[in-house]
Ligand binder design. Structure first.
Ligand SMILES: [Zn+2]
Ligand SMILES: [Zn+2]
Length: 90
């Protein structure tokens, strides 16, 4: 049975409600036991390239890397820029 813990973080059980200091970057989250939120601290992962603790990260070559270090993210951005700067045909 999954317990709804409301504004609490499902990992550290800290309160993420407005005014707790954890409200801003919380995200709705759940696991096998609880349904609630995930606070900033529990979302932080260490980038395996720059060793910075980051919230925005992804997988690259089986590693956890931040968006700044992820070559695939760069490619996406370049593609978007190319699309943006391409002449409008219509
Ligand atoms: Zn937490
Ligand atoms: Zn990094």
């Amino acid at each position: 049975m999954i317990i709804d813990i409301g504004d609490k973080c499902v990992e550290c059980k800290n309160d993420t409600s407005p005014g707790s200091g954890r409200f801003v970057n919380r995200i709705p989250a759940g696991n096998d036991e609880f349904e609630g939120y995930l606070c900033t601290e529990c979302r932080l992962m260490t980038c395996e390239i720059c060793n910075e603790e980051v919230i925005d990260y992804g997988g690259y070559n089986g590693m956890i890397v931040c968006d700044d270090c992820n070559p695939e993210e760069d490619e996406d951005e370049e593609t978007e820029k190319k699309v943006d700067s391409s002449p409008q045909l219509f």
